[in-house]
Design a binder for this molecule. Structure first.
Ligand code: NZQ
Ligand code: ZN
Length: 386
């Protein structure tokens, strides 16, 4: 097992009715920016619950954060933060709104000239403006981690940022919010969380038995929950299991002491930037091809996963590893998630080269647990995903 440090300061309030408690958690004297997306919270009652809980607070609203939070729109929110002397941000939404809040938290205290530098120059945020979240879409784990991913249409970039200053002070996880989520987003949530586990697991054996079992149990739970959730998102128990799986998949716990990969996410973000494909769907496209390409490096873990998660016990190590990749792709497809680029875009003949050069220009020429995801490998993997 590798050495590790573990700190996670996020206070989680999990369960039905917990939203009312933000009244006490948001500082009384704060000027609060209530940040949300394109309006789902106004249709499902979450907005009413939040504004009622904050009725004694000084609150200014900023709605309209789009999926894949857009830099230009966030700059408008940043101007309001400065003008109105905002001292606390409350994000109410999915990963996009929460990531937007993290960018704002960092940018509000950033002393440099150009806030884009936080992303482009990978400036770590040690201290941000305090913020909390009310999660409405289980998927990214952003509610309990310190990372954020921001998109910029003008330049076609989608970049990550983070740092210890970007943990939410609290996150409310009320599973009743799941009832209003469309099937497409439920499928995305399961796929994103599942791939988060894969990226922290599918490397090579390092004797971290507990971390492996944590990861496998999250994948088993997601597989078991997925069809039930798609049929009945209003069932509280099903929604609760889905929600907690997604948070646990990327709150830092399962990655401690083990090598991680993250190359699927790196390539996937480029597919979103180029073709506007939903984040989770880009992962379903790339993951099977990435694992097939690096079969030699990953076959021990693939076979272990195959046995413990998919009950694959027959055949050689390599055969079991390959079957495990197939099972993974079928799982995504069972959620109505197409797993080929051609099922989303028509103009993809240059995509592999564009992804290759985007990562290379950024200096990402040695991704993955063995640093062997080279620009050529990236190109081959994306091409195989057409
Ligand atoms: O904008 P509104 O109207 O709220 O609608 C949203 C949006 O259209 C809707 N939605 C959210 N909650 C709902 C709901 N609709 C009905 N009922 C509800 N309760 O769902 C749509 C998608 O929302 P979004 O926040 O974009 O989805 P998600 O949570 O999947 O976030 C995706 C973003 O997170 C990034 C992705 O790259 C992408 O930009 N990620 C962030 C990570 C992190 N911070 O740790 C890690 C991930 O790997 C990922 O990269
Ligand atoms: Zn993801």
């Amino acid at each position: 097992m590798l050495n590790f440090e573990l700190v996670n300061p996020v206070k989680i309030l999990f369960g039905k009715g917990e939203i009312t408690k933000i009244k006490k958690l948001v500082p009384k004297q704060a000027n609060v920016l209530l940040l949300y997306g394109k309006g789902s919270i106004k249709k499902n009652g979450v907005y009413d619950q939040v504004t009622q809980a904050l009725s004694g607070h000084n609150t200014i609203e900023f709605g309209g954060i789009p999926a894949n939070p857009e830099y230009a729109i966030l700059l408008e929110a940043l101007a309001i933060i400065k003008k109105e002397n905002i001292s606390f941000i409350l994000a109410v939404g999915g990963g996009s709104v929460i990531d937007g809040a993290k960018f704002l938290s960092s940018a509000a205290l950033f002393e440099g000239e150009n806030p884009w530098d936080i992303l482009a120059k990978r400036i770590r945020t040690d201290k941000g403006m305090p913020f909390g979240t009310v999660l409405t879409l289980p998927a990214t784990g952003s509610e309990m981690n310190s990372g954020s991913v921001i998109s910029r249409k003008e330049t076609g970039e989608k970049l990550a940022m983070g740092g210890p200053g970007l943990f939410p002070q609290f996150s409310v996880l009320d599973p009743t919010v799941v009832a209003s989520i469309p099937n497409r987003q439920l499928a995305n949530g399961i796929t994103d969380a599942y791939t988060h586990v894969l990226e922290q697991y599918m490397t090579y054996p390092i004797g971290a038995d507990l971390q492996d079992r944590f990861a496998e149990s999250i994948m088993n739970s997601l597989i078991e929950t997925a069809p039930k959730l798609m049929d009945n998102p209003s069932d509280y128990t099903i929604a609760a299991n889905f929600m907690w799986c997604c948070t646990m998949a990327l709150n830092g716990l399962i990655q401690k002491g083990v090598p991680t990969d993250w190359a699927i996410h790196a390539m996937g973000h480029e597919l979103t930037a180029l073709h506007g494909i939903d984040h989770a769907r880009t992962l379903a496209i790339i993951a099977p091809r990435h694992y097939a390409y690096f079969l030699d490096n990953k076959k021990e873990k693939l076979a272990q996963y195959g046995e413990r998660v998919w009950n694959i016990t027959e055949g050689s190590l390599e055969e079991r590893a390959k079957k495990a990749i197939d099972k993974t792709e079928y799982f995504f497809q069972s959620l109505d998630i197409p797993t080929r680029i051609s099922e989303y875009a028509t103009d993809y003949s240059e995509t592999a080269e564009k992804v290759r050069s985007a990562l290379e220009n950024r200096g990402w020429t040695a991704l993955g647990e063995h640093k062997n995801v080279t620009p050529d490998a990236v190109k081959a993997i994306v091409e195989a995903s057409y």
